[in-house]
Design a protein around this ligand. Structure first.
Ligand code: ADP
Ligand code: ZN
Length: 719
């Protein structure tokens, strides 16, 4: 008897093994979805493999083997490479196998009982020609034969009068086909002739062994993108595919534009702002070999390539490459894994590489290629303003005199300005001046932010909102005071100081609608505003010629976090923000306002000296025993009941042997009504650490504790 071994759709540890179903009357292959009975339910499963059982073996089973109800796919959804990749992920990230298959596929193909249907469109195709036809009818048939098939709507538009008649006569017929992405083309742009730096990088990459991972450390504006484009051109000439990963498409519309200008209809774009149908269509473009280049965000790493030449991770340090739900993978790892399979070259590129990657390059595990010079201008000159002093001199606490003066200069010269407000530490909070009360989110234990234009309080973690109570709920006083200030407050101040200037604001509030980022950035690009102000998101990727001043309002806000990576995050943000200034024909400047002017993250960023930063930060990591000198595993226990979360965490700790360093458990802030306890495992041997975590995972499941356990093998944030 033919038996299909099937993973069930629910990604929970208890069901993380295959279930057996008979499938004699079906044609079933590995990698197709099936509908199967499961208890009283009917669920979607994913076939791992099919095996042959004899009658005797069947009788020995302690359970009755039920038949499959339906086979959903004619062909496997993923190829053997991706199949093995999913199995590898399941082990490497300690995640249920089914969750790895689910994360790889677009929503419309996920093995999951959702109501996703694939959009169909009506086409007209040629059937036969008959004797008695008018000239117009014949013309329509000729056109059809030439085009193979036409969309029904187009056919009717062209041959309005004869279309329906031809169907009646049986000369043509209607077929329903899956809707296809319309392929985008735009005015082509030429390839640029490379500078010596770029040419050197290109030659090194081309001549590198495909087993080498390349770290391209190029200053902001050094022309990395042009190198990528020319690599892609070579790949196409060799009939290979290219994957170009970017952190956030809506923030890098220029990148998409540049790739399309060179490669036109060869390009698919894949990112989280597409709806499910759009994602499905882009996915199919790759699967059907209709395109060879994909520009995409994190999940594009799983596109169904079968002959990859290059995988490029632009801004490889960006934390959006890390998935923060199960399976908690990092794109860099997956890129390297897929690269091995395809003998494709993996290129990690950044002006501010992650410490892990640079350390590997330092040890010659990766090949380091440098592009230290900007194409046009020098890197911008940076001025540090000590805010403590400025405030003592009674300057404005948001915009110092130096900042105001330089802004004034730019406005007079008709140049543009970017103002970056570090969000942390500037959440606009209301406090009662009588008793000190701050309204906390009832679900998350985090102070709620005040949104002035809507007169509401909002939780930035879970989205819960409430109207502002007119009196303090704790002491009934009427004395709310607005503390700290967000981008709204900054916008007000800028408008007050420079009444003639055009101001655009980009933050979580102004970018809620689809395509809002692009619109704001495009307007700024067209110089419809002089000043763009916003949060972290404006520090990334922007290439606007006329920006000659970048102001960073609280350069050290991120340094005060309780996270071991806070210096690295600070350096990245400052250097990336500096990278937006002076990219065109005019030299740029940067003003960083900060309370701490001596920390190496600040001074190194001001000098654009990544290597010094790297050395000092590595010293700290070494002393404190943090990555890249050690590996970490974070294990969180979440429960609606605080006591239970504590008990389960303590129990889990008792399951670990003492050759592993364990920190905690400690309690974290409550989120979404759940209390969370976290334990960190730390060690120098990655394999040993992974084994300990897997062991814990299995034992913990067997004990049937009620707290949900979340394992993160290389956590990026610890606060
Ligand atoms: P990066 O990706 O390293 O930040 P970009 O690729 O955006 O840098 O390049 C910065 C600017 O220099 C862009 O405006 C780009 O068009 C221009 N540029 C890049 N390479 C060349 C070249 N070889 N010749 C002329 N201009 C170039
Ligand atoms: Zn909340």
């Amino acid at each position: 008897m033919k038996i299909a071994q099937v993973y069930i759709e629910h990604p929970i540890p208890e069901l993380d093994h295959t279930f057996s179903y008979s499938c004699d009357s079906f044609s079933v292959q590995r990698g197709v979805r099936v509908r199967v009975p499961f208890g009283a339910q009917s669920l979607i499963g994913f076939v791992d493999h099919v095996e042959e059982w004899d009658e005797e073996y069947l009788q020995q089973q302690p359970f009755a083997v039920k038949p499959i109800r339906e086979v959903i796919d004619q062909e496997p959804l993923i190829n053997e490479e991706l199949f093995h990749l999913a199995k590898w992920m399941s082990q490497a990230y300690i995640a249920p196998v089914i969750s790895c298959f689910q994360v790889m596929l677009p929503a419309k193909l996920k093995p999951r009982s959702s109501k996703e249907t694939i959009k169909l469109e009506a086409y007209i195709c040629f059937q036969k020609e008959i004797e008695k036809l008018t000239e117009k009818q014949r013309e329509a048939l000729r056109q059809l034969q030439k085009n193979d098939m036409m969309l029904r709507s187009e056919f009717y538009k062209k041959f309005k009068s004869v279309g329906k008649k031809l169907i009646e006569l049986g000369c043509v017929r209607v077929v329903m086909k899956e809707a296809q992405a319309s392929r985008f083309s735009c005015a082509p742009a030429p390839f640029l002739s490379l500078t010596p730096d770029q040419d050197n990088a290109l030659q090194q990459i081309v001549s590198a062994d495909s087993k080498e991972v390349i770290l391209l450390h190029g200053a902001t504006g050094s022309g990395k993108t042009e190198v990528f484009l020319q690599l892609a051109k070579r790949a196409l000439e060799e009939n290979k595919q290219v994957l170009l990963l970017v952190p956030e498409i809506s923030l890098t519309p220029q990148m998409v534009k540049r790739v399309r200008e060179r490669f036109g209809t060869q390009v698919a774009i894949y990112h989280s702002a597409l709806n499910n149908q759009e994602k499905y269509e882009q996915y199919q473009l790759v699967k059907r070999h209709q395109v060879s280049i994909v520009v995409g965000t994190r999940s594009a790493i799983f596109m169904p390539f079968d002959h990859l030449g290059y995988i490029i991770l632009d801004e490889e340090h960006d934390t959006s490459y890390k998935q923060d739900s199960t399976p908690r993978y990092h794109c860099r790892d997956i890129a390297i894994e897929r690269g091995k399979f395809h003998h494709a070259k993996v290129i990690l590129a950044s002006a501010t590489p992650s410490l892990e990657s640079y350390a590997r390059a330092h040890k010659h595990i990766y090949r380091l290629i440098n592009m230290p010079h900007r194409i046009r201008q020098q890197l911008p000159k940076v001025h540090l303003v000590e805010m403590g002093k400025a405030i003592r001199h009674r300057e404005n606490y948001l915009l110092s005199d130096v900042m105001l003066e330089k802004m004034q200069e730019r406005l007079e010269r008709r140049e543009q300005i970017i103002l970056l407000l570090n969000r942390r530490g500037y959440t606009p909070i209301l406090r009662c001046m009588e008793c000190g009360y701050v309204q906390m989110c009832p679900h998350c234990d985090i102070a709620m932010a005040y949104h002035k234009d809507e007169h509401k309080l909002k939780c930035h973690t879970c989205g819960y909102q409430m109207p502002l109570p007119s009196l303090c709920p704790s002491c009934n006083a009427d004395s709310w005071r607005y503390l700290g200030s967000g981008t709204q407050r900054l916008e007000e101040l800028v408008k007050e100081k420079f009444p003639g200037a055009g101001v655009l604001r980009m933050d979580a509030d102004t970018t809620m609608r689809k395509n809002a980022h692009e619109k704001i950035l495009a307007a700024f690009q067209r110089h419809e505003a002089d000043i763009l102000l916003g949060t972290q998101m404006i520090a990334k990727g922007l290439d606007v010629e006329k920006v000659t001043l970048v102001g960073i309002l609280n350069g050290d806000a991120l340094l005060n976090r309780s996270d071991y990576r806070c210096a690295e995050i600070t350096y990245d943000l400052l250097e990336q923000a500096c990278g937006r200034s002076g990219r065109g024909q005019y030299a740029g400047e940067v003003v960083i306002q900060t309370y701490d002017t001596s920390h190496y993250a600040i001074t190194c960023a001001a000098a654009h000296d990544y290597v010094s930063f790297f050395k000092q930060e590595m010293r700290y990591r070494h002393l404190a025993g943090y990555p890249p000198y050690t590996y970490l595993v974070s294990i969180v226990f979440a429960n609606k009941h605080e006591d239970q979360a504590k008990r389960d965490a303590a129990f889990a700790r008792s399951l670990l042997t003492d050759d592993i360093r364990i920190l905690g458990p400690v309690s974290l802030t409550k989120i979404h009504d759940e209390y969370r306890m976290r334990m960190i495992l730390k060690g120098k041997d990655q394999l040993r650490l992974n084994q300990a975590a897997s062991h814990l995972y299995r034992k913990y499941q067997q004990a049937k504790c009620s707290s949900r356990m979340e394992i993160d093998l290389h956590p990026i944030y610890l606060d």
